[in-house]
Design a protein around this ligand. Structure first.
Ligand code: 5GP
Length: 176
């Protein structure tokens, strides 16, 4: 079991919030802010990023939540997506922005985007991630908006967990 004493700070809270505000500005500038947008949160990891991002978006927003898992209790992807709750409405051609904590191999987001495209009649489907771990990518999928790049470290905090813990930290840390 990893211990909080061994956790090193990678990104402090001030830097996280500042960057999320910048990302929201980028998103506001690239959409027609008069048109409705549905923001989909991929639980549980994206919860903190999702709530923070939503505060600064200017278009009429609808908020939806799905729950997927590909890591279980491990620090490596298990290579299959477990869908714990995937009930989404019909989007009737409206724009959708999927919000995820981190894209690693790309498996989870590849699965979710294909699901939305095949089942939910969405208009445009885009992706916003807090972290892009590009070096681990195995699927041909690229986020439209990403706040930070991260190298091959296992990070926790601000929604991201290790064995269910550390999600409540207001900063991003890593174990050495
Ligand atoms: P992918 O499907 O892209 O391989 O993995 C995405 C999911 O893996 C994320 O939603 C997250 O739950 C988990 N994940 C990937 N890298 C990390 C990491 O560095 N830290 C934590 N806590 N979870 C990670």
């Amino acid at each position: 079991m990893k211990k909080i004493e061994d956790l090193k700070v990678l990104i402090d809270n001030k830097t996280l919030i500042k960057r999320i505000k910048e990302l929201a500005k980028e998103i506001n500038n690239s959409y027609d802010i008069k048109k409705p947008l549905t923001l989909i949160c991929v639980l549980k990891g994206a919860a903190m990023f999702y709530c923070e991002l939503a505060k600064y978006l200017k278009m009429p927003l609808k908020m939806e939540f799905v729950r997927l898992s590909s890591y279980g209790n491990s620090t490596k992807s298990k290579g299959e997506v477990k869908s714990l709750n995937l009930s989404l409405p019909n989007f009737e051609n409206e724009n959708v922005l999927v919000v995820e904590d981190i894209i690693d191999t790309g498996l989870t987001l590849d699965f979710l985007v294909k699901f939305i495209e095949h089942n939910c009649c969405a208009g445009d489907v885009k992706l916003a991630v807090l972290f892009d771990k590009k070096c681990a990518r195995k699927y041909d999928i690229k986020p439209d908006y990403s706040a930070f790049q991260v190298d091959d470290k296992f990070i926790v905090g601000f929604g991201l967990d290790y064995q269910g813990f550390y999600r409540n930290l207001d900063y991003i840390g890593y174990f050495e």
